[in-house]
Design a protein around this ligand. Structure first.
Ligand SMILES: [Zn+2]
Length: 336
């Protein structure tokens, strides 16, 4: 196992790292990669699914030419601090843009920036900002609001879904993991990136980031069948986003990989908006007093939103995870 040490500490002063555990032959022509905690606090789900497979079937269902790569906590800082973003305040899944080119824009976010994350979280000013959001949703519709809020933005460094102004530590670490494990020289790679927070409670939606017309999408359809969703075709609970981790994998692996974000539903996004505001509000002020009741209220609300943690929800997560892993293995077996 390789450990990639993060230069920062967790809330209790603990060391942070991303672990990459590789099982199987170094020469394996195919690799299945399981990635957790791209969005920090969502890592409880992904980590559980990874452990479930390792403690259960493990390599027993893997053919000799296929290896397993478990990437535990690609965003360890967000995981430890119970937030979606990295230590740079970035949404890692918006950070894989080409920073030497013109960055994408999100006029809807620009318009709502001061309302989504207001200066004050109570009083008349706050109510005015909430009214501005309600007005936007009524006039432009929910889809436009979802794109504005969560599509990604590269301008407001303390805001939500911020893609950053440079590759984050987590992005560079993922790129190092791909290089260190020589994934670009393999015949085919399958990636399952675990997420939570969108879609029906407990259901795992395999969201495909590959664009229509690409060979990757055709292969993904063969592997995952009709449950596969594609944001740009409007079939997903996710809108189209820029700077996704999938783009980083594509730059390294080209056509020889299939990527899905396995997205588990928890609660409606509105249910976490207040906790997200509080979380960003505290972190925007620099040092976060971890033990203060205000901080803990926001942190525990975020954790509950992205990890409901009931037995029933966990069972749905694990059932679907095993199913999708087996679909990926069957798919990889067909790629000769
Ligand atoms: Zn996510």
């Amino acid at each position: 196992m390789r450990s990639y040490e993060n230069p920062n500490k967790g809330p209790a002063g603990e060391a942070l790292s991303t672990d990459a555990a590789y099982f199987g032959s170094e020469q394996a022509k195919k690799v299945l990669a399981l990635v957790s905690a791209t969005h920090g606090v969502e890592g409880f789900c992904g980590s559980g699914a990874q452990l479930d497979w390792l403690l259960g079937p493990g390599l027993s269902e893997f053919p000799a030419d296929t290896a397993l790569l478990v990437v535990h906590a690609i965003n360890p800082h967000g995981f430890a601090w119970l937030r979606r973003v990295t230590e740079e305040g970035c949404d890692l899944n918006r950070n894989f843009v080409d920073f030497s080119a013109t960055l994408p824009t999100n006029p809807g976010y620009d318009e709502l920036a001061d309302a989504l994350l207001p200066e004050k979280l109570d009083g008349a000013d706050y109510e005015r900002m909430e009214a501005k959001i309600r007005d936007f949703r009524e006039k432009r519709g929910e889809k436009a609001y979802q794109i504005a809020r969560s599509g990604g933005q590269w301008k407001h460094s303390h805001g939500f879904f911020y893609g950053g102004d440079a590759p984050t530590w987590s992005r560079r670490t993922l790129e190092a993991i791909i290089a260190d494990h020589k994934l670009a020289s393999r015949r085919f790679v399958a990636v399952i990136d675990y997420h939570t927070g969108l879609g029906p409670h407990g259901y795992g939606e395999p969201i495909c980031g590959h664009e229509p017309g690409t060979p990757n999408l055709e292969v993904a359809r063969r592997w995952y069948g009709d449950s596969l969703t594609v944001p740009s075709l409007g079939t997903s609970s996710s809108v189209v986003k820029q700077g996704l981790a999938e783009h980083g994998w594509r730059r390294a692996l080209g056509d020889r990989f299939v990527y899905v974000a396995l997205e588990y539903g928890t609660y409606p996004p509105d249910a976490v908006r207040r906790a997200m505001q509080e979380d960003h509000w505290h972190h925007r002020r620099g040092r976060v007093d971890w033990d203060s009741p205000d901080v803990q209220r926001a942190k525990q609300a975020l954790k509950h939103h992205y990890y409901p943690g009931t037995r029933a929800w966990q069972e749905m997560v694990l059932f679907r995870s095993r199913q999708v892993i087996r679909q990926a293995l069957a798919g990889l077996a067909r790629e000769t």
